[in-house]
Design a protein around this ligand. Structure first.
Ligand SMILES: *Cc1c(COP(=O)(O)O)cnc(C)c1O
Length: 392
């Protein structure tokens, strides 16, 4: 590995030279079934022809003009996201954590505009992950991300996940908003109970708080709905997107209702790169595929086949898998054996998965997989369980 790179990522040994659909090809000539998807980013697999064509056409036309000018691709993508969600307005940025930062600013500004400048704190959940900026690590309340970076940015209170009583008790006259991932990703594929999300909406309405859903990982079709919260009746005031939205091209977005978005007035927020023509061309192409008739139904069907297969596997191998959780194609295996051992063995057999907190292995395949890839994954995971059970 190059000595010129900072060592924040630890040891990395694999490098890839090519990707196609659900497969990656390493520089040393091996083929991998990719159930990592660059951490839920390459939502349509590698080099999807429709995305390649959209990006190629855009690279030959116009790359960047800045937000001093209208960007037609932005207007189109914003209209389509609004038409397919609770939201009325969209702000584009480049990454998840920028969407998080912008949403924190928007929530504070909204309360300030309503004559409530004292309402500036945000309630978040244990196990949350909202990115790596100083505010985002404070929002996680997680020592793993915070250690060595004191002082901790103020303005966040963390409560137990899925615990309504604790959350209600944490609301004060300084609270501006509640922010939650409908399914925690980095935290270990922990789904919020649907009625808990619905109760959060009621709490927000009761106390005049904003409800913010971080769908950076669980959104963009991952659960079989365009947005994960669509499985329940609760609608947020603000939603964060990134990861899958660009299918591998960096992009992030803040979606909000009209009443809330009005608090961003000229000058209150901005970005140089955010929403540039390249990112917008790819984002629009991603939506073309996701919104095509029947696409999300396939995600639901393949997710169910995968989850059913995993549940049976957990029954056969209780010394390896403790629990299967998640929705659609955002599934987690809570393990008995160390998750990193499991992932290393799986990799040796030509399959990629992602570790998460709580000793979980995340399965985040591209949403374009079919029955064949589901079966191949189940076969490889079964061999991995057998191998680990024998080794134990
Ligand atoms: C990945 C992630 C982020 C941060 O996104 P970056 O693009 O890495 O800044 C925030 N929230 C959730 C839920 C994520 O999964």
């Amino acid at each position: 590995m190059s000595n010129a790179l900072m060592s924040n990522y630890g040891e990395r040994t694999l490098a890839f030279e090519r990707g196609e659909g659900a497969y990656l090809y390493s520089t040393d000539g091996r083929r991998f079934l990719d159930f990592a998807s660059g951490i839920a980013v390459t939502a349509l697999g590698h080099c999807h022809p429709h995305l390649v064509a959209a990006l190629q056409a855009q690279t030959e036309t116009l790359w960047h003009t800045s937000n001093l000018f209208r960007i037609p691709g932005q207007e189109r993508l914003a209209e389509r996201l609004a038409a397919n969600s609770f939201a009325d307005r969209v702000f584009f940025c480049n990454s998840g954590v920028e969407a998080f930062e912008g949403a924190v600013k928007l929530a504070r500004k909204y309360q300030d505009d309503r004559g409530q400048p004292g309402r500036w704190r945000i309630i978040t959940c244990e196990g949350a992950f909202h990115g790596r900026s100083l505010a985002a690590i404070a929002a996680s309340g997680n020592e793993k991300y915070l250690k060595g970076f004191s002082p901790v940015a103020p303005g966040f209170s963390t409560v137990a996940f899925n615990n309504l009583n604790e959350l209600r008790a944490a609301v004060t006259d300084e609270t501006a908003a509640i922010m939650i991932e409908p399914i925690q990703g980095e935290g270990g594929i922990n789904p919020a109970q649907l009625d808990y999300l619905e109760r959060l909406r009621e709490v927000c309405d009761e106390f005049g708080l904003l409800l913010i859903f971080d769908e950076i990982q669980c959104g963009i079709g991952r659960t079989g709905k365009l947005f994960a919260h669509e499985w329940c009746s609760a609608r947020p005031d603000i939603m964060l997107l990134a990861k899958g939205l660009g299918g591998g091209f960096p992009v992030g977005a803040i979606l909000a209702t009209e009443a809330v978005s009005n608090s961003f007035t000229p000058g209150s927020h901005g970005t140089t790169f955010g929403g540039n023509p390249l990112a917008m061309a790819v984002g629009n192409a991603v939506l073309d595929v996701l919104l095509a008739d029947g696409f999300l139904d396939q995600v639901v069907a393949n997710g169910k086949a995968l989850k059913d297969g995993l549940a049976a596997m957990a029954q056969r191998h209780p010394a390896v898998i403790a629990e299967v959780r998640g929705a659609g194609l955002m599934l987690g295996l809570k393990l008995v054996v160390p998750n990193l051992d499991f992932i290393a063995r799986l990799r040796g057999d030509g399959m990629l998965a992602v570790p998460a907190s709580d000793n979980v292995v995340r399965l985040l395949p591209p949403l374009i997989i079919g029955e064949a890839e589901v079966q191949e994954a189940l076969d490889k995971l079964e061999r991995c369980c057998v191998g680990l059970a024998e080794a134990a």
